[in-house]
Design a protein around this ligand. Structure first.
Ligand code: DQA
Length: 148
């Protein structure tokens, strides 16, 4: 059976492609999700993609993934920097969470340097544009193999 991986995107990421393309690139979220599904197939991973601008939806999906998936890749957008609820959700489920960002948040405004989620994540990948998601899928492939 292929492992299931949830790829979750948070607020404003539905605007990718037209949102600050100099920072986030020209690809739309649909482009990135399609890329994740395709790359997942090459790794034998079943990739489920969701996006919401609402923090509670992301929390609910963390819990759902905890029951049916082997890992989560999450770009929580600005909630990364504020959400204790997402930190707690990541700790409440027994599967690895990888935090990703398109931009290198450490090379940007100081308020983006702090992640509430990172201490509860298995790891963080940022600064590689859409490739951040691909690198995270590769990492989860290795992790899920280790836990089999
Ligand atoms: C982002 C970085 C966050 O600071 C920002 O709020 C976003 C996008 C990124 O992918 O680079 O919405 O998560």
């Amino acid at each position: 059976m292929p492992s299931t991986i949830f790829v979750l995107n948070g607020p404003n990421l539905n605007a990718l492609g037209r949102r600050e393309p100099g920072i986030y690139g020209a690809q739309t979220l649909a482009d990135i999700e399609a890329m994740c599904v395709e790359h997942g197939k090459t790794l034998g991973l079943d990739v489920v993609c969701r996006q919401s601008n609402h923090e509670g939806d992301l929390v609910d999906w963390f819990h759902e993934a905890g029951g049916v998936a082997q890992g989560i890749i999450v770009n929580a957008g600005a909630y990364t920097h504020t959400s204790i609820a997402l930190h707690d959700a990541a700790r409440a489920i027994g599967i690895p969470v990888i935090e990703v960002h398109l931009s290198n948040v450490h090379a940007r405004e100081e308020f983006r340097h702090k992640s509430m989620l990172a201490p509860a994540a298995k790891g963080v990948i940022c600064g590689f544009g859409a490739d951040s998601y691909i690198l995270a899928l590769n990492a989860l492939k290795t992790l899920t193999q280790q836990t089999k």
